[in-house]
Ligand binder design. Structure first.
Ligand code: NAD
Length: 306
């Protein structure tokens, strides 16, 4: 029997995931607060619904793709003190049927994942954190990667849907572990963007073109996601259209700082990188592309208009 899937949050990532699942012949229902996002999803074979109760009537698995941990907690548990969701008078806790599986792809916090999973379990609802990498293109083509925190049995039940929506999956531990791994990943991506900008700027001033330098780095030991994907796709051509915003990356860098604090760690390099991203809010708005952070290193080389 084909599993009916619901996607909550039809933005840059969730919209692509819903379209991918529809392309794989899963019946897909999609919910977003934004009517424009629902209309766009309808063009990709997704059935849009305008309320959470309507979505939950149909589905056996729910994919969540919301901006932050607080959005996930509100959706799953409702407001503190009641069982309601602020927007809908409903939450997954209040309305989800026993047996429902919730796959949260939001880059969230391990604490939120564990808290929500424990609460939903009391209603017979399973929850896993499965944050993703690969950007809107990876979501839309089903080639994104996932780091998953889940129990083995829940993961096995969700696997056909996970396989349809992603190119690779790494089961890193039980609930919460996915977000630990994703925070570590984005801590590195935040660092690599700045360190690559510094290396490219230095080499350019020493007479080596950015294109030739990247070619050399990508066959050498300095290569990373920044040298292999971000610089060629969104920086060198000054497109700055990755579909991942500065606001969301600053959120992720903040999550890494919070985890570092909670563990009582020093990590001087991560602290410096976090400070640079935080300070960037003075010149780079939340809606800008996250790759624009490189312009702080060398505005003449990486900025627009020269
Ligand atoms: P986005 O802002 O494009 O999409 C979020 C969507 O959620 C919006 O359409 C918004 O209207 C909707 N929404 C917000 N609250 C809602 C609610 N209560 N109910 C229903 N819909 C609601 O964000 P995105 O870029 O798609 O990112 C989603 C998550 O994926 C974030 O946690 C982000 O950090 C992570 N992520 C993004 C990328 C990327 O390249 N964009 C890559 C990896 C991970």
């Amino acid at each position: 029997m084909t599993t009916t899937v619901g996607v909550i949050g039809l933005g840059n990532m969730g919209g692509g995931m819903a379209a991918t699942l529809a392309r794989h012949d899963f019946p897909v229902f999609g919910f977003d607060l934004s009517a424009a996002a629902r209309d766009k999803a309808a063009e990709t074979g997704v059935t849009p619904v305008s309320s959470l109760p309507e979505l939950l009537e149909h589905v056996a698995i729910v994919i969540v793709s919301l901006p932050k941990a607080e959005h996930v907690e509100l959706l799953c548990l409702g407001k503190e003190g009641d069982q309601g969701n602020a927007q809908e008078g409903a939450s997954l806790m209040a309305l989800g049927k026993p047996g429902l599986i919730v796959i949260d792809t939001t880059t969230s916090t391990p604490e939120t994942s564990r808290k929500v999973a424990a609460a939903l379990a009391t209603r017979g609802i399973d929850f896993m954190d499965a944050p993703v990498s690969g950007g809107p293109k990876g979501a839309a083509t089903g080639s994104m990667s996932m780091v998953i925190g889940a129990e083995d049995e829940v993961l096995a039940r969700a696997m056909p849907v996970l396989e349809a929506m992603s190119g690779s999956r790494v089961h890193v531990g039980s609930c919460g572990a996915g977000n630990v791994a994703k925070i570590a990943n984005n801590m590195l991506a935040a660092c690599h963007l700045i360190s690559t900008a510094e290396a490219v700027s230095m080499a350019a001033k020493a007479g080596v073109s950015p294109e030739k330098l990247l070619e050399g780095l990508n066959v050498g030991s300095g290569r990373s996601g920044a040298t292999q994907v971000m610089f060629p796709s969104w920086v060198i051509n000054k497109a700055y259209d990755s579909g991942f915003t500065m606001g969301l990356m600053r959120k992720d860098v903040g999550l890494a700082s919070d985890l570092t604090d909670a563990l009582g760690l020093e990590l001087p390099l991560a602290r410096t990188v976090a400070r640079l991203w935080e300070e960037s809010s003075a010149t780079l708005a939340d809606g800008e592309d996250f790759c624009a952070i490189v312009q702080r290193t060398d505005s003449a080389l990486f900025g627009h208009g020269e």
